[in-house]
Design a protein around this ligand. Sequence first.
Ligand SMILES: Cc1cc2nc3c(=O)[nH]c(=O)nc-3n(C[C@H](O)[C@H](O)[C@H](O)COP(=O)(O)O)c2cc1C
Ligand SMILES: O=C(O)C(=O)c1ccccc1
Length: 399
Amino acid sequence: MTSATRGPAGAAFGEPDPEPLTLDDFARLARRRLPPEVWDFIAGGAGRERTLAANEAVFDAVRLRPRALPGVDEPDTSVELLGVRWAAPVGIAPVAYHELAHPDGEPATAAAAGALGLPLVVSTFASRTLEEVAHAASAPLWLQLYCFRDHGTTLDLARRARDSGYQALVLTVDTPFTGRRLRDLRNGFAVPAHITPANLAGSAAAGSATPGAHSRLAFDRGLDWSFVARLHAVSGLPVLAKGVLTASDAEAAVRAGVAGVVVSNHGGRQLDGVPATLEALPEVVAAVRGRVPVLLDGGVRTGADILAALALGARAVLVGRPALYALAAGGGPGVRRMLALLTAEFADTMVLTGHPTTGTIGPDTLSPPRPGLPLPGPPPPPGPTTVPRTAPHTDRSHG
Ligand SMILES: Cc1cc2nc3c(=O)[nH]c(=O)nc-3n(C[C@H](O)[C@H](O)[C@H](O)COP(=O)(O)O)c2cc1C
Ligand SMILES: O=C(O)C(=O)c1ccccc1
């Protein structure tokens, strides 16, 4: 990993970049490499970026309970989702246009995830075709879908995903249009002309290079939960809902037949002011009652963050921005290194908290919330539509 200012003979224009040791290091390297308006598009959030900041701040406020002499030698970091084993409970969230970070784009990301046995969720706005990404992959691929006003475009993507061996669809339910991202508005950000939504070529949904304007024209704002069954009917694939933050939406998703729920606030890019995802997680886990697995994304930056999410009932987490930062810093090998760092941190955290497998990680792994800190509290009492929660991780049969 070298900085953009480094000369051909080595560190001619300054010190060489230090080898990244944390996900934050990758962010620093990416910031130096990317054009400022591209950095802002990736790093930014909606409005005052309160929710964006909260996602990481709530993880920062978590306190872990260590266990001395736990007798754990090599922890088994793996988890099972939808009947498939992941090497660790972390995958890559759907993020548009990987070519913004590096010309090798999504195939490089897919190869890196595959090398670690971790899944990639490919975005509707991927800069390479989903078939090309499948060719480069060796671990599970899921396809994220936005629903366009022209439903046929989205349903075609669902069929193509099935035909290319994708194992699940992820319907994003928090985005009738993209949020007010002030950095992009001030920068007049547009995706460069040579980077295109490759999977939408020739469709009615292929449009403007300005994501905000395009989403307001092309996305179906009238969408309802019945679309989950429609996607499953045309593809035969399990459908997850991404962007659930409340018990009532979790209940609606499960009733609609989802195979999983992703607790997400879109990385703070949609409605500013909604809770951090770790804050929302207990409420969603309680409402889901073990019927389907719950995943979480937003602000996961360390192995301890993964442990905290699992302790509060998530089966796995996804990372978004860190994948693009690592891609910008070092291409596919950068992403591979980022994922290796994150999973190694998680394995260390398992040992230090005394967990030989992911299945035993529960609420007693965390210290109780301290007053005045933005920490996740206990789940709210069951409402009229919910019955008392069962323990997390009781839905092994669903995989
Ligand atoms: C640059 C960028 C593009 C994104 N594009 C999509 C997308 O196409 N579809 C989607 O469902 N979510 C998209 N997201 C949201 C991510 O899937 C994810 O929810 C979020 O990035 C997680 O937070 P993190 O970046 O803090 O890990 C995008 C996020 C970023 C930063
Ligand atoms: O989903 C997003 O956050 C996003 O940035 C995006 C990018 C391109 C098209 C649609 C949404």
